[in-house]
Design a protein around this ligand. Structure first.
Ligand code: GDP
Ligand code: MG
Length: 455
């Protein structure tokens, strides 16, 4: 048994600086790591704690964290966004151990920031807030990479006043969503208050503070069992399935427990249920020091230990859906047991009943699960939920469901295209289709429509 690094996701409204913040954090790990250390995985960046300690030294001492951190580092998920977060699912929660909700300090919490917040909360993931674009506070004097706590001591009163006003506004906004928050150095009780860390992804100010707060919160709020990894068959989740030249269809996977070896039997899932195959090749990026030719960035490895992001090459991966669990089997007598486990997990996401309710469609297991969780929270009954574009059968089911209640004559389609023949059929049967890329917009439109139908 050993302790792995927590997985961290970055979430927030468009243009708040998620990508730049991730770049800055990755840059820290590259500049301050030990030579030869592997910091790049597939879809994940590793920031070792030693690198953070070197980068943030004086702040580590000021906050009295030296010698107190037992997590090996952080694994940042490279793709921010709702879909990636939804696909990081595992039974009963998320593969993400922690989230950073990024807001623009000059504009506060915006629409997709609120949505990120709801998604994070629906999966029960602890989070902190980065109040980014600190350098845009009027009159703020920047010094590259300076910790926020040191920077704030060196500012003129009017810059401090502007900053305080912005943070106060953000705290007010958050309180409307039942969240108690405060500037991180004023938080008295981290179990009740969410820390706000002012950052600048442009100047690097506050990045040190962000990483240290993340470490503290990791150690206090992530259940230790969740970070314990054992030597055993790998457990993970499929993040993406794609065609790679020369390799065929590959799966990019996040492993959160165990060890995955070349030749392992793996069980994962497609729309129609569990799929069994065998690992033909495991691919990881080369360590930065060994990467000479940018065309030649990857290497094949014999095994990968969790926690990690890895690309799997295997036959029959086409049709595997993002958000599907992926479990390795070492003892072949266990295959049927694991297949059954995957089947049960999938049937909790895909719903097929004869109760009345709406029809739900989404592009992956992850987004479908988010949708089902959300509709349940809002008290909307579901008759049928499935992955992929709506079909003829959905229209038929919606017609049946409508007999009981006219507001159930609807197909909610999240991130999927509507085939023209289904569109026509729905139209002629009077079934409403609400399609979109944002869950909460689909829901709002549904509420609006159902009120019209009722009157
Ligand atoms: P994302 O959509 O959240 O990934 O945002 P990006 O990282 O792409 O940043 C959006 C824009 O904001 C870009 O033009 C960035 O250069 C800018 N930006 C991001 N972070 C900061 C920051 O801390 N300060 C300033 N001044 N600009 C920033
Ligand atoms: Mg971005």
């Amino acid at each position: 048994m050993s302790i792995r690094s927590p997985f961290v996701v970055v979430m927030g409204h468009v243009d708040v600086g998620k990508t730049l913040l991730l770049d800055k954090i990755r840059g820290t790990s590259v500049a301050y790591r030990e030579p030869g250390m592997i910091t790049q995985h597939i879809g994940v960046s590793f920031v070792p704690w030693q690198a953070v300690e070197r980068f943030a030294g004086p702040l580590v001492d000021k906050l009295r964290l030296r010698g107190k951190i037992w997590i090996p580092g952080f694994l940042f998920i490279d793709t921010p966004g709702h879909a990636a977060f939804s696909n990081l699912r595992r039974r009963g929660g998320s593969v993400a151990d922690l989230a950073i909700l990024v807001v623009d300090i000059t504009s506060g919490l915006e629409e997709q920031g609120v949505e990120s917040l709801k998604l994070i909360q629906s999966r029960g993931v602890p989070f902190i807030i980065a109040a980014n674009k600190l350098d845009r506070i009027y009159g703020w004097k920047s010094v590259e990479n300076r910790p926020f706590l040191f920077a704030v001591e060196q500012q003129e009163w009017h810059a401090i006043a502007t900053l305080e006003e912005a943070i106060g506004k953000l705290i007010d906004q958050l309180s409307r969503f039942g969240i108690e928050a405060d500037r991180y150095d004023r938080v008295r009780d981290f179990s009740k208050q969410v820390p706000i860390v002012p950052t600048s992804a442009v100047t690097g100010e506050g990045i040190a503070d962000l990483l240290l707060v993340l470490a503290g919160v990791s150690q206090r709020f992530i259940p230790r069992e969740k970070l314990s990894v054992s030597y055993g068959p790998a457990k993970g989740v499929v993040m993406e399935v794609k065609e790679e030249r020369g390799l065929g269809v590959v799966a990019d996977v996040i492993l959160y427990d165990g060890v995955l070896k070349k030749g392992d039997v793996i069980i994962t899932a497609g729309i129609d249920g569990p799929k069994e195959t065998k690992v033909r090749m495991l691919i990881m990026p080369k360590p930065l020091d060994e990467m000479r030719d940018p065309e030649d960035r990857y290497m094949a490895v014999e095994e990968v230990k969790a926690a990690a992001g890895v690309r799997i090459v295997a036959d029959g991966l086409d049709g595997v859906v993002a958000g599907a669990p992926i479990f390795a089997v070492w003892d072949l007598q266990d295959i049927q047991k694991v297949v059954q486990l995957v089947r049960e997990e999938i049937s909790e996401i895909k719903i097929e009943t004869d109760r009345e309710g709406v029809i739900a469609r989404a592009d992956t297991f992850g987004t479908l699960e988010s949708m089902v969780l959300f509709l349940r929270q809002q008290g909307v009954p579901i008759r049928r939920a499935d992955v992929g574009p709506p079909t003829h059968k959905d229209v038929v089911e919606a017609v049946l469901s409508r007999r009981k209640n006219p507001t159930y004559g609807v197909i909610l389609a999240f991130n999927v295209k509507i085939p023209p023949e289904v569109e026509r059929e729905a139209m002629s049967s009077g079934i409403k289709i609400i399609r979109g890329e944002i869950l909460y917009r689909i829901f709002d439109e549904y509420i609006k429509w159902s009120q019209e139908v009722k009157t």
